[in-house]
Design a protein around this ligand. Structure first.
Ligand SMILES: N[C@@H](CCC(=O)N[C@@H](CS)C(=O)NCC(=O)O)C(=O)O
Length: 293
């Protein structure tokens, strides 16, 4: 790895395997599948292929919230896609998402089945399909869309920019960390000012904009992202903190955080989810305790 200050870009960029830092084994400059593999299909109409990253958790929280409303047709099977093992490059996954990123959803209740990718698109699809967490009033719906699209456009600066250079890059480059810490703090201030006189992002109603923004910025201020709470002084964003805690306390949010989680505390890891009862019987702590010694 060359020190950034010494690097002069060549005339033509070439791919050196290993130049992706912590993600060197999965980063590639080309799209498409690397291997043939079909995806598993469970019994429910909705099939989710995902992982409990902030983008993945948006969708599992949404599905658990829909089920908490009593919407039985939102039942789903969720399969983990282990992105560090390259599962997102299987032929089956690429058919559902040509962009090879989690989350990806197949709705098999339609003929033909509908593929849905991009977490924002999945949230909107589910909100429209089930008529929930999306304001009916046009002006309020527009405000909800404003914030949903804000999240989709802003989080790459937090994750791909700040998170990458602060936590994952093999060298600490002050220029990059300064640039993206500044932008992340600016975004937190945008949210803090907006939430100063509102319970949720669009006012009194909890919507898909809250789900999307909480997954990234809520979890950041709650100290779950990049070990950066002190560095970014997240406690100072008091309105964001109050809103993040309010959402975090919802039972459906806790369940959504567990689905397709394959690292961390064992009681938080539900690798596959096929039924509501799986939360009581199939988290990793339960499965490991049930194993014969
Ligand atoms: N804009 C996409 C981003 C999805 C995304 O970046 N997913 C990451 C995990 S959070 C991923 O699958 N990475 C695998 C890879 O880059 O190969 C969305 O919101 O769905």
């Amino acid at each position: 790895m060359t020190d950034s200050t010494e690097y002069t870009p060549p005339k033509i960029w070439t791919w050196e395997k290993g130049n992706g830092g912590r993600f060197a084994n999965i980063n590639r400059p080309i799209a498409g599948p690397t291997h043939e593999k079909v995806l598993p299909i469970g019994q429910h109409p909705l099939q989710l292929y995902s992982l409990a990253t902030p983008n993945g958790v948006k969708v599992t929280v949404m599905l658990e919230e829909l089920l908490a409303l009593g919407i039985k047709d939102a039942e789903y099977d969720a399969y983990p896609i282990r992105i560090s093992d390259g599962d997102q490059f299987s032929s089956g996954f690429v058919e559902v998402n040509p962009n090879s990123k989690i989350p990806a959803l197949m709705d098999r209740s339609t003929t033909p089945p509908t593929r849905v990718f991009e977490s924002g698109s999945i949230l909107l699809y589910l909100a429209e399909k089930f008529g929930a967490f999306l304001p009916k009033d046009h002006a309020k719906r527009t405000e909800c869309m404003n914030w949903l699209f804000w999240q989709m456009g802003s989080a790459p600066y937090l994750g791909g920019g700040f998170g990458h250079f602060y936590a994952y890059a093999p060298v600490k480059i002050q220029y990059c960390i300064d640039r993206f810490a500044m932008e992340t703090k600016r975004q937190l201030d945008v949210l803090d000012r907006h939430l100063a006189d509102k319970t949720f992002m669009t006012g009194d109603e909890y919507t898909i904009a809250d789900i999307a923004i909480w997954a990234w910025y809520g979890q950041l201020v709650l100290g779950r992202q990049y070990n950066a709470a002190e560095f970014l002084q997240v406690e100072s964003y008091t309105h964001v903190m109050r809103w993040a805690k309010l959402i975090d306390a919802r039972p459906a949010v806790l369940r959504g955080r567990k689905v397709n989680k394959v690292i961390g505390d064992l009681d938080m890891q539900l690798h596959e989810r096929h039924d509501a009862s799986d939360f009581d019987t199939k988290t990793q702590d339960k499965l490991q305790a049930a194993k014969p010694a």
